[in-house]
Ligand binder design. Sequence first.
Ligand code: B12
Ligand code: SF4
Length: 522
Amino acid sequence: MENYDVILVFPKLWEKEFNPPNQPPYGLLMIGDMLLKKGFNVFVHDERLESLGIKSRRELINAVKQSSPLFFGISSQSGPMIENGLIDSKFFKQECPGVPVVWGGVHPTLMPEQTIKHPLVDAVIKGEGELPALGLAENLKKGNRDFSEIDGLYWKKPFDKSLQGKALEKNFSKTMENDEQKIIVNKPCFGVKDLDEIDMRWDLVNHNDYIRNIDGKKWLGLITSRGCPFRCGFCYNISFFGMSKFRGWSPEKTIEEMKKVLEWGVNFINLDDDYIFGDPLRMWKILDLKKEAGLDFSWKAPIRGHLLRDKLTKKIKDGGCESVSIGAESGSDKVLNLMTKDSGADAYYMAAKNLKKYNLNGHFSWILGYPGETLEDVYKTLNVIKDLEEINPNTEHVVNIFAPYPGTPSYEQAIEKGFKPPESLEGWTDNFRESCNELAYINDESRKVMETIRWARIFCTMYKKRRYYAGWIKPAVYFLGAISNIRWNYNIYNVPIEQQAVSLGRKALKRMMQNRNRDLEE
Ligand code: B12
Ligand code: SF4
């Protein structure tokens, strides 16, 4: 029986996962590396695999029951991970009272005060987790529960003026388990300087759980860098890493980590970095080293449109790139300026042409509903999409509705315009990103148009890419896809048939599930 010092959990991202992930919980594998190197025994549980039947809850329960952990760690983005993480926190508190439950990840970093206020959370790590997690483990191992020397930490403690940290002014006692606790905010932590010191510890999970067969290739995700030098207003980067922070594994280390995954038969790497081209020279060198080492795999990665000039497009094609995703966001330069995107829509035309020239797939994603955007801007975006499809019919376009993620500059703009953010940690669970119902500044007419466009694009893509649907939904998708295509060609966005059909379908599915559960209970 193994005794784990630290138990880290990656909660489910949705109510139910439908597809096996090809991304491991990268953050936990990297924190795990730091802890393992210092002699701590670590258990990582990826809850996404539970609902797919790949892993069982029992494994986590056994690990908890057989260990005397120093702390439990929960990772979370904004969204349903929060609710699932709270369920885990409750379980840990019941099983091991007195063992700190520590939250980290994008959401706790962007909303640390609200997160630490939750009674099921004892500490929050703001920002990169390796050093604070190690600090916690080392302190707790020594039996020291004064965490004031651990940079990057928000924590609860009986108030003690001699502590170095700064007590928040507000009185949080109503939300605390114990009225005598206060919240201490330690100095910030700027993360491990040289990322080469951190390995991706695949041995903490079963790598086979993340390898997927797609189009005859063996896919796996990898992340080689952190941060981005740009400053898009809707992105978490500025708040998470501070302005213009980009750093990655050295090209040599990147190649070594790539070799590791190729040994498992992987021949397609999904580069999940925020922006692997954040240092274009580094990426160029990686591609040179890949060629020198004779590594034979294809890959995909996000790239900004303006970088897709002839020379670089050729370089990535020669370097095995199969497709790129471009966060194009808007066809209106006015909106791109509001987003501080630092490039204009003309770059997308160049990108579409060069992608066609070098036979690369391009996935463009667009945002509707940004604060300050008008219907005129929305139609500009649609026109640009149509132009790009004409230049390069192989480009794919996904239209999303703007979601004001906490801690981003556009979140503040949305609040100024009437968006009401959730008032509690749980409030961020709801999948508010799916629609513009929450965006108070959008009027009814625009809302209808935007939602209709969004669904029309989804069905146009499903219709075009027939592999996305099968079985009993085929006729429905075919029918709705045909409507969407007409809509798209003739700009008719005032009768939201697709959206209504989806909502009816969802209701029917929910009723079916309820009936099935009732039958099972009886
Ligand atoms: C891979 C990925 C996904 C994967 C799944 C997540 C995963 N990790 O497997 C998929 C594709 C499913 C996905 C989906 C979505 N994603 Co996503 N995704 C990412 C991506 C590219 C990488 C995440 C990652 O692993 N990073 C690398 C590791 C090293 O960083 P990390 O996880 O933050 O961990 C570090 C710290 O946060 C901390 N830490 C993390 N956990 C813990 C736990 C403890 C205990 C401690 C101590 C510390 C700690 O320490 C780690 C090491 O330093 C990020 C962008 C990015 N580069 O981070 C976006 C990102 C997380 N995604 C984002 C979004 C918006 C989405 C979607 C909404 C997209 C969509 N429109 O559908 C969905 C939402 C899913 C959901 N229901 O919640 C946003 C999140 C914004 C927010 N406020 O949460 C990000 C930041 C992208 C962005 N630029 O805005 N995503
Ligand atoms: S380029 Fe991408 S990663 Fe960089 S700030 Fe903009 S959205 Fe974020």
